[in-house]
Ligand binder design. Structure first.
Ligand code: BT5
Length: 255
């Protein structure tokens, strides 16, 4: 029986797809209502940001996409990413008693390694969001040793807890959590407290590679609209996208 109120009121499950985000996008274009969830055991062309690949062995993990039509301005996209990161973190904390850390803009880390990634793709009409496709990948029941090239910076729940985890229960908990957080989000709660509390970056000396430049400075904050506020020698900049490397952990500032 399906008792999920909005997100997950309808769940379509596939064995193999190119990308779950593509199926949700097609459904959205066809007028599907928000809350549709598409899951896959395997993605032949799972993707990350900027054309990067998301690679997971078949049948081991959570790979799902969600259709949302938030009554919010386009800037709200960053809030939806934040919501997803916080939701994954809550589930790992509450169900597995782990201590995840969030890395701006879209990663969930365990022991300094990425265990989950979030991909948001949106369609805008005028100054409103038409739809958002929220893709979430969480590495569950395999060992990252199968991907030596990823292993230095990536991990799985099995690697962290030392045994297999109930993937279906995890998915269920994630959808329940997303429903609760989404309800708050559309009522105007930007979920900053939960996000900041888990954001390792603040106060650290970091390097950020954006599409056009590489900047080095101290991560001061993240704004409501999702920008990283980076303090350079003589000014601050707001960055909306980029890849972060922590250069130095400044103990005094660790939150
Ligand atoms: C992300 O991109 O982290 C977004 C991942 C979103 C995946 C979900 S699964 C369901 C939905 N359908 C899709 O097609 N995608 C979404 P980004 O921050 O760009 O990170 C991508 C980078 O992470 C790659 O270039 C690799 O270095 C690394 N990577 C690839 N697979 C990984 C994995 N399973 N675990 C950790 N890191 C991985």
């Amino acid at each position: 029986m399906n008792t999920l109120p909005l997100i997950g009121h309808r769940i379509e499950r596939y064995m193999v797809v190119a990308s779950t985000n593509d199926l949700v996008r097609a459904a959205a274009e066809g007028g599907a209502p928000e809350g549709l969830v598409v899951t896959a055991e395997e993605q032949a062309a799972g993707r990350g940001r900027l054309g990067r690949k998301w690679i997971v062995p078949r049948g081991t993990s959570l790979q799902l996409s969600i259709l949302l039509r938030p009554p919010l301005a386009p800037i709200a996209g960053a809030r939806v990413v934040r919501m997803a990161a916080v939701a994954v973190a809550h589930v790992l904390e509450q169900h597995l008693h782990l201590t995840p850390v969030l890395k701006w803009p879209n990663d969930v880390l365990l022991g300094g390694r990425k265990c989950a990634g979030i991909l948001l793709e949106s369609s805008l009409s005028g100054d409103r969001v038409d739809y958002i496709v929220l893709g979430i990948g969480l590495n569950v029941n395999y060992t990252m040793r199968v991907y030596p090239e990823l292993a230095p910076r990536a991990t799985t729940l099995q690697d962290v807890v030392g045994h297999e985890v109930d993937c279906a229960a995890l998915e269920r908990a994630l959808l329940v959590e997303l429903n609760a957080l989404y309800a708050r989000l559309v009522q105007g709660d930007v979920l900053m407290d939960e996000y900041r509390a888990r954001l390792k970056l603040l106060g650290q000396t970091i390097r950020v590679a954006t599409a056009t430049e590489i900047l080095q400075g101290i991560a001061r904050d993240v704004s409501d609209d999702g920008a990283l506020i980076l303090e350079l020698d003589n000014r601050s900049v707001k960055l909306y996208a980029g890849d972060v490397t922590i250069l130095q952990e400044n103990a005094l500032d660790v939150s």
